[in-house]
Ligand binder design. Structure first.
Ligand code: HMG
Ligand code: MG
Length: 299
């Protein structure tokens, strides 16, 4: 497969990034972050998460974020909705697109959303139906596609099974999450091959965390297979509160730099994105985990 000519970058920093902060970040900072990301040319931003505030207090201001953001033309602002309760509030807040999130690991599913994989799929079905009737598209996530913090190795066949179930249920795209960033390139490629037997490659996205520093290499491996949607987080913010030790997503700046070097279009202004990464990390007092962001700031 040739590399894609262009990719769609799904910026998950405001959600996946900030959900893992030890203290909740003030809503105005989140709103400014979202706005700056849009100004840098990002066309798809996961802005909030309509989950239980008892489970993830960092996302408790989902209403304020979703109704307070300044919508830019051509930008999709999405949010996580694990169940109907979350979806109804998200719809009230004018969300245009949502995502359900399942896992390829039973234990992770229990720890993250308090139910088995089968129960989660039963729970997602009415979410998809309701979203469809409201004209809202649904993305599907599968966590632990290259390893689980509790179960270790996860069989590609299991990833394929859960991905297929989400796709057949009506998710327009399935995002494959290396939640704990333990994957390596050939493993990523083999996992993708298993999933792509049932789902067209242009309906798959790569969501790689960088805990072990493998995310860019893994990304290269799946881009080579034709994946053209990449989830990333500005400054490499983030992690998952239910995956101890997991660090942030691959940094958006690092992804854009690599794509620019490969002649793959993303439509993103790298300098503005890097400024945003420096601004948010300084504002919340975090190290910038984008090597490109740090290098550009030092110039
Ligand atoms: P539960 O306790 O089984 O749910 O949690 P429940 O239906 O029994 O409800 C319990 C309480 O939660 C009730 O409130 C509900 O109203 C409330 P109470 O009566 O106790 O006051 N509740 C809600 N509140 C707000 N919004 C909602 C909602 N639903 C119920 N939507 C539940 C089940 C799914 C809600 C819970 O487990 C949860 O919120 N989990 C979220 C976990 C999470 O957000 N994890 C991080 C995101 S996933 C991720 O990061 C991975 C990803 O990045 C991909 C990758 O990297 O692999 C996507
Ligand atoms: Mg994630």
């Amino acid at each position: 497969m040739p590399f894609p000519k262009s990719i769609r970058l799904v910026e998950v920093g405001p959600r996946d990034g900030l959900q893992n902060e030890p203290e909740p970040i003030d809503t105005p900072i989140k709103l400014e972050l979202i706005d700056r990301l849009g100004a840098a040319g990002i066309r798809y931003i996961e802005a909030a998460s309509f989950v239980s505030p008892k489970w993830v207090p960092q996302m408790a201001d989902y209403r304020e974020v979703m109704t307070g953001l300044t919508r830019r033309k051509g930008v999709t602002y999405s949010a996580l909705t694990p169940n109907l309760e979350g979806l109804e509030v998200a719809l009230e807040c004018g969300v245009e697109e949502v995502a359900v999130f399942g896992a390829a690991s039973e234990t992770f599913s229990q720890k993250n959303i308090n139910c088995s994989i089968a129960e989660s799929l039963d729970r997602f079905a009415p979410v998809l139906e309701r979203a469809k009737s409201a004209g809202v598209r649904v993305r599907g996530y599968v966590s632990c596609v290259l390893g689980c913090p509790y179960e270790g190795e996860i069989a590609p066949a299991k990833v394929a099974e859960v991905s297929k179930a989400l796709y057949e249920m009506g998710c327009y795209e399935v995002s494959l999450g290396d939640t704990i960033g333990t994957g390596t390139p050939l493993k990523a490629k083999h996992m993708l091959e298993a999933v792509a037997k049932d789902i067209p490659i242009d309906k798959l996205a790569a969501h790689f965390h960088d805990t072990y520093g493998q995310a860019l290499a893994n990304l290269y491996a799946v881009l080579e297979e034709g994946v053209a949607v990449v989830d990333s987080s500005v400054a490499g913010l983030g992690g998952c509160p239910y995956a101890k030790g997991a660090s942030g997503n691959v940094a958006s700046e690092d992804v854009v730099y690599m794509l620019n070097g490969m002649g793959i279009e993303s439509g993103i202004d790298l300098d503005k994105l890097a400024e945003t990464g420096n601004w948010i990390t300084q504002t919340i007092g975090r190290p910038n985990r984008s090597k490109v962001g740090v290098a550009l700031a030092a110039k």
